[in-house]
Design a protein around this ligand. Structure first.
Ligand SMILES: [Ca+2]
Ligand SMILES: [Ca+2]
Ligand SMILES: [Ca+2]
Length: 427
């Protein structure tokens, strides 16, 4: 590991050459000063969700879907399992034809699903052997979702959302929007890309984005479309009352009712690529390219805004200990308290796009463009890191046996396992 290989710890060329959370300043590794962070608090009484919504948020709600980006429609990024205490090693890799930025999903039998920029959805067994693959006709940024009946959903930059039944049977595809150029690069080709989620709502409706926010019935028909002024690549969050919240490149965060009618919008100072997270009291946490993390009330009112050092594209995880955990392009993972003040930060060597996973004890797992997967203790100390061969923009997932699955720009899907087998004895 490069961070362990330097005998002269004070000489560096980049942050990656420095141990722990130090940074490289003028050729020397130094401890970072407190980040340039600032919290803006709103005036007026806080808005809370109605009692029925609060009750549903408190009891966890029935979430019938088996897997999706951020693990549920509230997007809390919480795993029911434990991040390995010991540093894992690479159990296997599966090489695809393109970078893997999508977050993997697990089927009940341990099969791992993942999308690649080579346009394919892949299914690999726990042993790393390919079970099957499914081709789309453009890059996949979307993360697979699996409904309660086992139906698998994946979006593609070919402007379609695909539904694949058990036994790899294609069920339907839904074309999002009517962009004249479907495939390829550039604003005209990317406006209708299906990059967002998809998110499966409590009622089985599938929510995604493109040239707006889309609600698609489980039979593949359109339920509603809400037009936005920019591309929607932010996975919609779905609250227990059916309210859908998503960000757009038109700089707005939208809340849309279950009828497809707008409830409110909130303007930020940049593209909103981060997917919203819903807290216990209905507070919505979302990042923006304006460097801020926003906490909004159920009615869209500003509770606070926390300023980081750069764009916030990752989606936050909501720790059971009461931290909003989110990485930014300034290479730092932030733990923000629910009142909008900073608890701690951890500095990596490059931009963070990967959305963090938080485990039952509050430990944190995420990737960085410094090519590493990091596990942090709940208080922000480094537990371990593993170096891969490319940027880790994919958001890692954790299986019941402690195996970590994550993709990289090196085109590989990684299975990481702790050497002594299943994770998770308490330290
Ligand atoms: Ca496209
Ligand atoms: Ca914009
Ligand atoms: Ca890199």
């Amino acid at each position: 590991m490069s961070t362990c290989a330097h005998v002269e710890p004070t000489v560096c060329q980049s942050d990656k050459d420095c141990k722990l959370s130090r940074i490289c300043e003028r050729g020397h590794c130094v401890w970072a000063t407190q980040p340039q962070s600032r919290t803006t608090a709103a005036s007026g009484p806080p808005s809370v969700a109605p009692p029925a919504v609060l009750a549903a948020l408190a009891n966890g709600t029935a979430e019938p879907a088996r897997a999706m980006f951020r693990f549920g429609p509230l997007h809390r990024g919480r795993s029911p399992y434990t991040i390995p205490t010991k540093k894992p090693t690479v159990a296997w890799t599966y090489l695809t034809g393109g970078p893997i930025t999508s977050s993997p999903a697990l089927l009940d039998d341990g099969t791992v699903l993942f999308g690649s920029h080579d346009g394919h959805l892949y299914a690999a067994g726990r042993d790393g052997m390919l079970r099957w693959s499914y081709p789309t006709t453009d890059i996949i940024f979307s993360s697979p979702a699996v409904g309660h009946d086992g139906t698998m959903y994946i979006g593609s930059d070919d402007d379609h959302l695909y539904a694949i039944g058990p036994g790899q049977k294609p069920l339907w595809s839904f074309q999002v929007g009517s962009c004249p150029q479907r495939v390829g690069v550039g604003p005209d080709a990317s406006r209708c890309d299906v990059d967002a989620g998809p998110t499966i709502g409590p009622d089985g409706v599938i929510y995604t984005g493109g040239d707006g926010i889309y609600a698609i019935n489980p039979d593949g028909t359109l339920r509603w479309r809400f037009a936005t002024g920019g591309h929607v690549s932010s996975a919609p969050a779905v609250l227990p009352d059916g309210m859908v919240v998503a960000g757009s490149q038109d700089d707005l965060i939208y809340a849309v009712g279950p009828d497809g009618i707008k409830r409110w919008d909130f303007r930020t100072g940049g593209d909103v690529e981060s997917s919203p997270v819903v807290g216990e009291d209905g507070t919505i946490y979302v990042g923006s390219d304006d460097r801020k993390v926003y906490a909004l009330g159920f009615d869209g009112s500003l509770r606070w805004a926390f300023t980081t050092g750069a764009d916030v594209r990752a989606s936050a995880a909501l720790s059971p200990l009461g931290y909003v955990l989110v990485g930014a392009f300034d290479a730092q993972l932030y733990a923000i308290k629910l009142d909008g003040t900073l608890a701690w930060t951890f500095r990596t060597g490059d931009r963070i796009v990967s959305s963090a996973l938080v485990d039952v004890k509050g430990a944190v797992l995420f990737g960085s463009q410094d090519d590493r997967v990091y596990a942090l203790e709940a208080d922000g100390r480094l537990r371990w890191s593993v170096e891969l061969d490319g940027d880790v923009d994919s958001s890692p997932i954790l299986a019941a046996d402690g195996t970590i699955y994550v993709g990289s720009d090196d085109k590989k899907l990684y299975a990481l396992r702790a050497p002594t087998g299943p994770a998770a004895s308490a330290p």
